[in-house]
Structures are given as C-alpha cells and as structure tokens.
Design a protein around this ligand. Structure first.
Ligand SMILES: Nc1ncnc2c1ncn2[C@@H]1O[C@H](COP(=O)(O)OP(=O)(O)OP(=O)(O)O)[C@@H](O)[C@H]1O
Length: 265
C-alpha cells in the first residue's frame, strides 16, 4: 500500500484485533452461532471455513455489528463492539449478491464511497482522492474508472467491492467469499492485491469455501460446523481440493448466475 498507509499504522498492540468470546446468535428462530470463540491478532490472515449454512457469514456479520449477539462478547481493537466507533479502521467486503442494483454509479464513485468514513469536513482531500485512485489501480481497474459498474463482469464487480474496502486504507480487512464466482484473471489480481495488503501489515479475516490461490497467504484456519468451531489451527491441507472432512459446500454462485450483480446491496 502507500507510504502513508504504512506510516499510519499504530504501534503493534498485544490486544487482539478481533476477539470473539462465546458468541451466540439466532436468526429467525434458528440458533446459528452456538458459542463461538475466535481471536485474530495483528497481521494474521485467518480463513473461516465450513459447509454451507455452518454460520460463516453470520459470524463475520456479527463481528461488524450487523447481527446482534444473544450471548457472548465481541471486541474490536480492544474495544467492546457496542462502544466501537473507529469504523474507518475496518474494511468489509460483503458476500456478492445476484440482485441487480440498478445504480448507474461509476467505478470511481463506488470506490470513493468507501473513503467517506475518512473524509473530513465533507469534501474529499487530495489524500482521499489519491487513496481512491490507488485502490482502483491495485485491483487493476484504472482503465475502467469512469465506466458504469453495470457494464462490468461479475469478477470485475468483485474487484470494485474490494477496492471500495481498500480505499479507506483499513487495518482490518474482512471479506466474505471474495473469490466466489470470480474468473481466473480476477482471482489472480485479487490474490496479488491481498498479498500486498498482508505485506503492509493488514490483518485479514476471510470467509472461504476453498483456499485456492489464497492458500500461501493463509496462516490459520477456523472451521465452523453447525455454528460451532470444530478446528482452529493450521489450514487443513486438503481444503484446496475440497476434501475437508465433512465438506459438503455447494457453491451458491453457480456458473449460470447473471453477470450483472448488485454492488451496493
Ligand atoms: N435472515 C435469516 N433468517 C433466518 N435464517 C437465516 C438468515 N440468514 C441465514 N440464515 C440461516 O443461518 C444459517 C447460517 O447461515 P450463514 O449464511 O451464516 O452460513 P454460511 O456458513 O455463511 O453459508 P454459505 O457458505 O452458504 O454462505 C443457515 O442455515 C441459514 O439458512
């Protein structure tokens, strides 16, 4: 990332970046998280793995405050979630949806929206604009910056979402299945982008259904089953080949999904 990104980093703290203790959450009447513990320390790259419906998305959505806990506690950067306000330190890339957004925003506008949490006094500063351009370059879309996002492929959409998260130069990047439905060329761009973030010291929590091209970056894997952690340690070797014991993940983004997907939903 940029020099300013490196310089901006606070001194290494012994506080975990994410600390989840005994987290329970219910969606509808269904207990989806059933007492999860998860700790992510500064500079770690942690993959959250598990079968469809095991609670991965719910777990990361609870970490960013989108799903309330019925029990347990979550701290971000040493602050209890309900008192945490420093959201510009956190970049979030949601799971890609297939709903059309219909929003005729350009690539640059969508990426710039990710910088709003850092902009002061309303107008974007020179540094804000530079960070937006840098994020667009990182994901290899500089030549598409003025194009409407509705003209992009699914993989390019995903790159825009990631650039939007990177525009704020977050210290913690949380991504929900960033490789889902992404073509090989975009996967390589995303892996290179992530490598650069990790080298700059960014802490990363990723929901994945296979390690794939990100495998060399992953330091630890946490595997969920039925809302419980069943493994927390080295990435299971066979995950890249879909051979995790009990693996029954069916990918939600099948090849026949529409190319145009909702960016802002
Ligand atoms: N809004 C909701 N209301 C009720 N149940 C829900 C809701 N959202 C998710 N669920 C259920 O909660 C469970 C966990 O869902 P979640 O999306 O966290 O799983 P996941 O591990 O991320 O799955 P996937 O790999 O398919 O994305 C599933 O059984 C799902 O059907």
């Amino acid at each position: 990332m940029t020099r300013s990104h490196q310089e901006r980093r606070p001194p290494m703290s012994s506080e975990p970046v994410i600390a989840v203790h005994g987290a329970r959450a219910t969606l509808g009447s269904r207990p989806v998280l059933r007492g999860i513990d998860l700790t992510v320390r500064h500079g770690e790259v942690v993959a959250l793995l598990g079968a469809n419906g095991s609670g991965k998305s719910t777990a990361v959505r609870s970490v960013i405050g989108q799903v309330p806990l019925t029990d347990g506690r979550i701290d971000l950067f040493g602050t209890e979630l309900r008192r945490f306000r420093q959201w510009s330190r956190v970049g979030y890339v949601p799971q890609r949806t297939t709903a059309a957004s219909g929003v005729p925003a350009t690539v640059r506008e969508v990426v710039a929206s990710g910088r709003l949490s850092r902009a002061r006094f309303g107008l974007p500063s020179r540094a804000d604009k530079a960070a937006v351009e840098h994020a667009i370059e990182l994901v290899g879309l500089a030549d598409r910056a003025k194009d409407s996002v509705s003209a992009l492929s699914g993989g390019q959409h995903q790159r825009v979402l990631i650039a939007r998260a990177l525009a704020a130069e977050p210290e913690l990047l949380i991504m929900d299945e960033p490789m889902a439905g992404v073509d090989l060329a975009s996967q390589e761009v995303l892996a290179a982008t992530l490598r650069e973030q990790v080298a700059a010291g960014t802490t990363v929590l990723l929901v994945l259904h296979e390690l794939g091209p990100l495998e060399p970056l992953i330091g630890r894997a946490v595997v969920l089953r039925d809302g419980c952690v069943v493994h927390d340690g080295p990435p299971p070797e066979a995950v890249g080949q879909h051979a995790l014991p009990g693996h029954d993940h069916v990918h939600p983004h099948a090849a026949d999904e529409p190319l145009r997907t909702g960016l802002l939903t």
